[in-house]
Design a protein around this ligand. Structure first.
Ligand SMILES: Cc1ncc(COP(=O)(O)O)c(C=O)c1O
Length: 380
């Protein structure tokens, strides 16, 4: 079946008990057993909950995987994946990860004996140089936030496997509609479902998806042992949101292209970071590895003052962190999402004080462009 059909039907079958077309919210902590050891597949809701189980089936299918595990947040999903490793293990990670992931690695997991080398994963030779005898995992995001740098997933998967390493890809920015890392050779995909999968900015959640049954068994064990599970109502919100994932992503992509093109042609905009523009250095890779370019982009206004003016002047775009909702969000990476990255590192990554990020929503593109146009009028 096609992607939209799967999104609407896999795990979303009518409720066998009542015929309800919508998956019920099983708001229960435990399940009564008929007799000792005889139950309907559910015993205790941390271990397994029917609403969550439906979502896990759905998201596994959409990512082209066999097993999915839903968590209380994207960070909880990543934390649980990292619990697959043990003291002394080494991880090669992208040099421009989501700040919360970097914080988890550096300020929490280092205390448990994991070590990390950050490298520019768009350059395979840098990744290869970073591999050590105790390296177990390569962890990447592609495209990166907010400079939209890409990593060739198939190539890095080959490299990781040559060295006996796992490859994990945080696919939050693209969603499985636009990019399917497992099909390109990745072993683990994680998402903040808070973003495109839910799509309506009304819930926080995360998921990890795998194909390998042994990896799945270990993640299932860790999900239950650690207990950072997604609650049934939040699982239900994602089940609802994901039904429109394909149509939303097509519109995010169409609007993203329109806004990027408008910004690229604006005399006051110094640079636009969007993989869909032919000027993007990895445009060809983007065309090969992604099914569209999505709704995330950033652009250079030239100074902190200009960035502030744009952010203050927009009326339709909302100044807020997060991304992937139907409404357009605009933000200032240097002082918001990337404030904890040291200034010299920010400069090295291209996260200047004049850089503005947009999560382009699915409003009418002309309205978004008109809003940005009146805001850009006001800068030098
Ligand atoms: C790429 C990426 N990964 C992970 C996360 C963390 O997800 P959550 O906020 O759901 O914990 C975020 C949040 O912004 C993100 O942008």
């Amino acid at each position: 079946m096609g992607f939209s059909t799967d999104a609407i039907h896999i795990g979303q079958e009518p409720d066998p008990a009542t015929g309800a077309i919508i998956v019920p919210i099983y708001q229960t902590s435990t399940f009564v057993q008929e007799e000792l050891g005889k139950h309907k597949g559910f015993e205790y809701a941390r271990t397994s909950n029917p609403t969550r189980a439906r979502l896990e089936r759905n998201l596994a299918a959409l990512e082209g995987g066999r097993f999915a595990f839903a968590f209380a947040s994207g960070m909880a999903a990543i934390q649980t994946v990292m619990m697959l490793f043990k003291s002394g293990d080494h991880i090669v990670a992208g040099h421009n990860l989501y700040g919360g992931t970097f914080r988890l690695f550096e300020r929490v997991l280092r205390h448990f004996g994991l070590s990390f080398t950050y490298s520019n994963t768009s350059r395979l030779e840098e990744v290869e140089r970073a591999i050590q005898p105790r390296t177990r995992l390569v962890f990447i995001e592609t495209p990166t936030n907010p400079v939209m740098e890409l990593t060739d997933i198939a190539a890095i998967a080959r490299l990781a496997h040559q060295h006996g390493l796992l490859l994990a890809v945080d696919n939050t920015f693209m969603s499985p509609y636009l990019q399917r890392p497992l099909e390109l050779g990745a072993d683990i995909v994680v998402h903040s479902t808070t973003k495109y999968l839910n799509g309506h900015s009304d819930g926080v959640g995360g998921v990890a998806v795998v194909n390998d049954p042994e990896l799945a068994d270990r993640l299932k064990f860790l999900q239950n042992a650690g207990g950072a599970i997604l609650g049934p109502f939040d699982a239900w919100l994602v089940l609802r949101g994901v039904k429109t994932l394909a149509v939303r992503m097509r519109q995010h992509d169409e609007n993203g292209r329109a806004v990027a093109q408008y910004l690229a042609g604006h005399p006051k905009v110094k640079r636009v970071n969007y993989p869909g523009l032919p000027s993007h250095p990895q445009h060809e890779l983007a065309k090969r590895q992604m099914r569209g370019f999505g709704g995330m982009l950033s652009f250079e206004t030239g100074s902190l003052e200009n960035a502030k003016t744009v952010l203050k002047s927009v009326r339709l775009c909302s100044l807020a962190e997060s991304l992937g909702g139907v409404e357009t969000l605009i933000s200032h990476p240097a002082t918001m999402t990337h404030a904890s990255v040291p200034p010299e590192e920010r400069r090295r990554l291209g996260i200047t004080e004049g850089l503005v990020r947009i999560s382009v929503g699915i409003e009418d593109a002309e309205d978004l462009i008109a809003d940005l146009d009146q805001a850009l009028e006001r800068i030098d």
